[in-house]
Design a protein around this ligand. Structure first.
Ligand code: SAM
Length: 461
């Protein structure tokens, strides 16, 4: 039983023990090509939309059986290089990784935490299911990865999400029994990624597996503190190892009697079309965990979010007035979720505050918040400059003025490279630059040209 990948002997022995007579088929799967997948964004596309049909045909998509918006694509079709990707019409995600959110079943209105969120596959899938109602807190401990998570939240046009970068214990101190649903896609030894990322093989060892299992238990303990009684927690990994999957869950349930396992699922590369995934769905019955500091622990209403300067009430009023001028002119139909405005260092955000959620600015005090809701605008020099996130959160045709480019056109590529484009005769002011009506970002027309406001850090090379 050999494969073209140099798999560790100990790993091969472990899989033979675990799979018995299925082991040869499993090991043979390492010689098969890996799978590629994408998920259409239900915040921007309905299945019957012309653009959805066009994308299905363009990339020869085939449905992923366990995810209603998920599709396989062929490696050569390269959907990540298409302007529809920049418009947030889909998210590229390994197909088996689409399974856990389907099992968590977030519903519109739920208050949901994605505790280990980067680069954003599960977070963006959860937000698609919330349909703009309720709240997503998308967290990622590593700052550089949190930035990527935040960019993906923006690209997919998500208006009701907060992006934080905190270790689980610090988050648990702020959000005791706060969430209806929690996704924990845990850091793991990544055995299911060997085919996709052969470098993961070199990091693998039995000691690494044991370290991952201990860390998973620690993170699960913190997740438990944040779930409401009656809430649901989905735990997932991309590893096959029983230590990190069934045994981690068994230990957790032994130590947390309020939790029971509703179901577990596995995706195997020799049985299914995917790289491999484990999911356990746990429900917290009864009284759940005692929150840290007792049930009376309340956020300090005087404090502000860390790393950002809270502005005075008058600065907020001024920024809102400037934004209101922009809104009336450029995006008169703009619909925002229930929430409140926030101003940090001249940046105006809309903090989503679903009814009854007890979320407010004070709850975020002391946390490292990359994105406290939808970024609306920057107030500067007596005007509001619209935020990139606002363009991506607009519905198709949601701006009063638009420079509509054809998907796949040279003009769309030029815009994404940051180039100036010709304006229609007589047009002036802020306009949404779109592909087939789906906003890519902002431009500002004057003197026959559209000045490019596509963010420098996102530009195509
Ligand atoms: C499997 S990845 C998450 C993938 C993500 N859910 C998605 O679908 O795109 C696990 C994440 O856990 C993060 N992580 C590592 N150590 C952690 C810890 N001690 N607590 C919380 N998260 C951690 C990693 O940085 C990584 O981004």
């Amino acid at each position: 039983m050999t494969t073209s990948l140099a798999l560790p002997e100990f790993f091969i022995g472990q899989m033979k023990d675990q799979l018995g007579e299925e082991a040869p088929a499993f090991l043979h799967s390492y010689d098969e090509p890996r799978t590629f997948g994408l998920r259409l964004n239900p915040l921007k596309l309905r299945p019957g939309d012309e653009a959805a049909a066009h994308i299905r045909a363009l990339f020869a998509l085939e449905p992923v059986p366990w995810c209603e918006d998920g599709y396989y694509y062929g490696e050569m079709s390269r959907p990540g290089k298409h302007s529809y990707h920049a418009a947030g019409l889909y998210y590229i995600q390994e197909p088996s990784a689409m399974s856990s959110v389907e099992l968590l079943q977030p519903q519109p209105g739920d208050i949901v935490l994605d505790l280990a969120g980067a680069p954003g596959g599960k977070s963006t899938q959860i937000a698609g299911k919330l349909q703009g109602q309720g709240l997503l807190v998308a967290n990622e401990i590593h700052p550089a990865r949190a930035k990527i998570l935040s960019e993906n939240i923006e690209r997919m046009g998500i208006a009701n999400a907060i992006v934080t970068s905190e270790p689980p214990d610090r988050l648990a101190a702020k959000f005791p029994q706060f969430f209806d649903k929690i996704m924990l896609d845990a850091p793991c030894s990544g055995e299911g990624m060997f085919r996709k990322d052969p470098d993961a093989i070199t990091e693998w060892s039995p000691d690494h597996v044991a370290m991952c299992a201990a860390r998973q238990s620690d993170i699960l303990n913190e997740a438990a503190k944040m779930l409401k009684p009656g809430g649901v927690l989905a735990y997932s990994t991309c590893t096959f190892n029983r230590e990190e999957n069934e045994r981690t869950i068994e230990r957790f349930v032994r130590e947390h009697p309020a939790f029971e396992v509703e179901r577990t699922e596995r995706i195997w590369p020799h049985r299914d079309r995917g790289e491999g995934h484990f999911v356990a769905v746990l429900r917290c019955s009864g009284t759940a965990e005692e929150p840290p500091g007792g049930r009376s622990s309340r956020p300090d209403p005087a404090a502000g979010a860390r790393g950002a300067r809270r502005e005075t009430a008058s600065a907020l009023r001024d920024a809102l007035a400037l934004f209101e001028q922009f809104r009336r002119d450029a995006v008169p139909e703009l619909a925002l979720p229930a929430g409140e405005p926030l101003l940090y260092g001249g940046q105006l955000y809309w903090l989503p505050v679903p009814a009854g959620s007890q979320l407010g600015q004070a709850r975020l005090a002391g946390l490292k918040v990359l994105r406290p809701g939808l970024h609306l605008a920057e107030a500067k020099k007596g005007r509001a400059e619209p935020a990139h996130a606002l363009a991506l959160a607009l519905p198709r045709g949601g701006a009063s003025r638009e420079l509509r480019l054809a998907a796949g056109s040279a003009e769309a590529a030029a815009y994404l490279r940051g180039e100036t484009l010709p304006a229609e005769a007589g047009s002036s002011g802020w306009l949404a630059v779109s592909v087939d009506g789906y906003p890519l970002g902002w431009g500002k027309a004057s003197g026959g040209q559209v000045k490019n406001h596509y963010p420098k850090g996102l530009r195509w090379l």
